[in-house]
Ligand binder design. Sequence first.
Ligand SMILES: [Zn+2]
Length: 157
Amino acid sequence: MRCPFCTADDDKVVDSRPADESAAVRRRRECLACGRRYTTYERVEELPLVVVKRSGVKEPFDAEKLRGGIERAVAGSAIDPSAVDALVAEIEELARATGPEVASVVVGLAVLERLRQLDPVSYMRFASVYKGFEDLGDFEREVVELQKATAPKVRRR
Ligand SMILES: [Zn+2]
């Protein structure tokens, strides 16, 4: 470790203890060149969560982008921002549990499944954007499924 005082790269660890509720290790080091002491912290490198598109392209999971898509879908509906927050958190948790790589279709379908329960209009909007980019046939099948799920029973006249 390069000494912050004299920039020599020669030190010994004089003390090592857990820090930040054991999320880190704090080390006191002594520079063997100038004798001064400094502190370093070692942490686990967070695994990046990666979304794999159907095309095979990989991109970092972006919770803000996901939130933006959901917010556009629920605009004007009765779904409030705290419900959107909860939904984004739930989807991110699910993606991390699946990760470090998760298919975009898994993320999209998880959002759809929850929106379908919350609000049919938002569900359709999200489906039209999400499916529209990838497969129109899937979207049409979704519409048929939704109509089946929500259509009132036909009354006898
Ligand atoms: Zn030094």
